[in-house]
Design a protein around this ligand. Structure first.
Ligand SMILES: [Zn+2]
Length: 547
């Protein structure tokens, strides 16, 4: 990346090449930090469980109340904000794209309705495809051709972006009050999570998909799970990607870096995981970094939420999506007085600092699971300042000095590295760099964030403040944020992928799907696919079958 783009005059111009350049508005951004619009690779912002979270936590809704003001509609919520607050808060931080990473296929319409209702941001959503009965059947039969046809049909039908995997086999097992380790057989199916992950990766790579499989593995949040994590990474080793990218994106890896045998001897194993990522090219990760304070956890990993409910005694809700997936929700407080939470806080930071190549890492909090996205500027400030990290370490539980390596890490990220882990690497990992996101080169979308801070600045508080409220955010050539205030609220685009499956393969798969709908689904096949009305501003990426 050229040094020049940090000090820049920014010409604001729409993407229409016919427009007269003399009419373009010129913004003087000298002395500021200029970056492409932020790209969030993984945040739960829309759909059934997010909405259930809003209803489930009225106390959270009251925390973010803002009345209708200027061009802005009323806002509510802190860890589960309403759709308006989600759009405005991201835009104020300079973000212009967010990926909703867990769309139950059966309720794709609701997810798209909320995404359309979220102002400013371009968006996409990944359907959950790992606990579906059709997937389990084809994995059992070792029929990758049919699995490829099935995922192609599902991604197209749901207007989804790629293959999401959450506790493969474990969420299906949860229907029988059980969970699954990586090598355990899923009840009644006789397949293992490892087989599901590998088969879905192989099926995904049959197409030139922009993104790899996106994996929340097994045993999330369990002490000692780092060994399962390393084995999960190994499962897809040797599979050739259909494009120049990773074969597996492992998400919110903080929750998968745990050593120890119980919560008493719980410790960080971030260095082992970072070491693996450093030595291998087939894996990329996002952090799932903890923000200390109150939040709401929500995931398709139903058994994990039940464990959390038993552990904390806080309220719990669970939902099953027929034949496909499920979800659970539990409120949570990450406390600096608690040894485990404090160590969890260090792990996200360790991962970001120990993985040497920033193109393999994305800054996330698995919003809202490890903390709300509005905390990103706090994380940016600690990753850029050893001094700020030391201050936090001295305030939280002293176990962090014995059971984490964070105190011994001197590395401070610079603005270039922050630009990579908050937009460039996420766009590359999602395959969106070819579609205008995450860069300012030729062909880039006119999505730009200007932060009112000197590129020389190292003061953590000033860095945090600048990244919370951009001086300007420009979305598709339009100024949407000026001096931290929302000034325009254009509608975002829905980006989705259409895998192109040969007709004969599709025709071979369809009778199985028709039978599944006829015998088990409560809706008919004809009523299942999402119609045009749900994506009023579509941007379609074709994924041809690999030659
Ligand atoms: Zn997640």
């Amino acid at each position: 990346m050229a040094k020049g783009w940090i000090f820049a005059f920014v010409t604001v111009k729409s993407w229409n090449p016919c427009e007269d350049e003399r009419s373009a508005k010129v913004i003087d951004a000298s002395g500021c930090v200029v970056m492409p619009g932020g790209v969030d690779v993984h945040a739960h912002i829309a759909g059934g469980k997010v909405n259930a979270g809003r209803l489930f936590r009225p106390e959270d809704g009251r925390r973010g109340l803002e009345p209708k003001r200027g061009v802005c509609k009323p806002c509510s919520g802190y860890s589960v904000p309403n759709t308006y607050a989600t759009g405005y808060r991201y835009a104020r931080m300079g973000y212009t794209f967010v990926m909703e990473p867990a769309m139950p296929p059966l309720t794709a319409r609701h997810t798209h309705e909320e995404l359309v209702d979220t102002p400013i941001l371009d968006n996409a959503a990944m359907p959950l495809l790992d606990n579906n009965w059709m997937t389990l059947q084809y994995v059992k039969e070792k029929n990758i051709d049919m699995l490829a046809a099935y995922i192609a049909w599902m991604i197209k039908a749901t207007r989804g972006y790629g293959v999401k995997i959450v506790n493969p086999g474990g969420t299906e097992a949860w229907g029988w009050a059980k969970n699954c380790g990586l090598e355990d057989a899923v009840p009644h199916w006789d397949v293992t999570p490892a087989e599901i992950i590998r088969a879905l990766a192989e099926a995904n790579e049959r197409f030139e998909m922009p993104h790899s499989i996106h994996v929340h593995g097994n045993m999330l949040g369990h002490p000692g799970n780092f060994e399962t994590t390393l084995k999960t990474f190994d499962v897809v080793k040797g599979i050739k990607p259909s494009k120049e990218r990773q074969v597996m994106h492992a998400t919110h890896v903080q929750f998968f870096c745990y050593g120890g045998t119980t919560w008493r001897d719980f410790e960080s194993k971030a260095s082992e995981i970072a070491d693996y990522v450093n030595k291998n090219e087939h894996i990329t990760i996002d952090l799932g970094s903890v923000i200390l304070g109150d939040t709401t956890t929500m995931t398709a990993d139903g058994p994990m939420e039940y464990t959390l409910h038993k552990l904390t005694g806080r309220k719990w809700t669970n939902h099953d999506v027929e034949l496909e997936t499920g979800a659970g929700i539990v409120p949570f407080l990450y406390s600096g007085k608690n040894a485990v939470h404090s160590i969890q806080w260090t792990i996200g930071q360790e991962l970001a600092l120990l993985v040497k190549d920033p193109w393999k890492v994305v800054l996330t909090t698995d919003h809202p699971n490890a903390g709300p996205f509005i905390g990103y500027p706090i994380l940016i400030s600690t990753l850029m300042s050893k001094k700020r990290r030391d201050e936090v370490l001295n305030e939280i539980h002293p176990a962090v000095f014995e059971r984490s390596t964070l105190a011994s890490i001197d590395r401070e990220l610079d603005f270039y590295e922050i630009a990579i882990i908050t937009r460039a690497s996420s766009a590359k990992i999602l395959g969106l760099h070819e579609h205008g996101k995450g860069h300012l080169g030729a062909g880039a979308d006119a999505d730009v964030a200007i932060y009112d801070i000197s590129p020389e600045e190292r003061d953590a508080s000033r860095i945090q403040k600048a990244f919370l409220n951009a001086k300007y955010t420009i979305k598709g050539g339009e100024i949407v944020v000026k001096d931290g205030e929302i000034v325009a609220t254009p509608e975002g685009r829905t980006i989705y992928v259409e895998p192109e499956c040969p007709e004969e393969l599709m025709n071979e798969m369809m009778p199985d799907l028709e039978r599944m709908f006829k015998e088990y689904y409560s809706v008919s096949l004809a009523n299942y696919p999402v119609q045009d009305a749900y994506t009023p501003h579509p941007y379609v990426i074709k994924a041809p079958m690999r030659g």
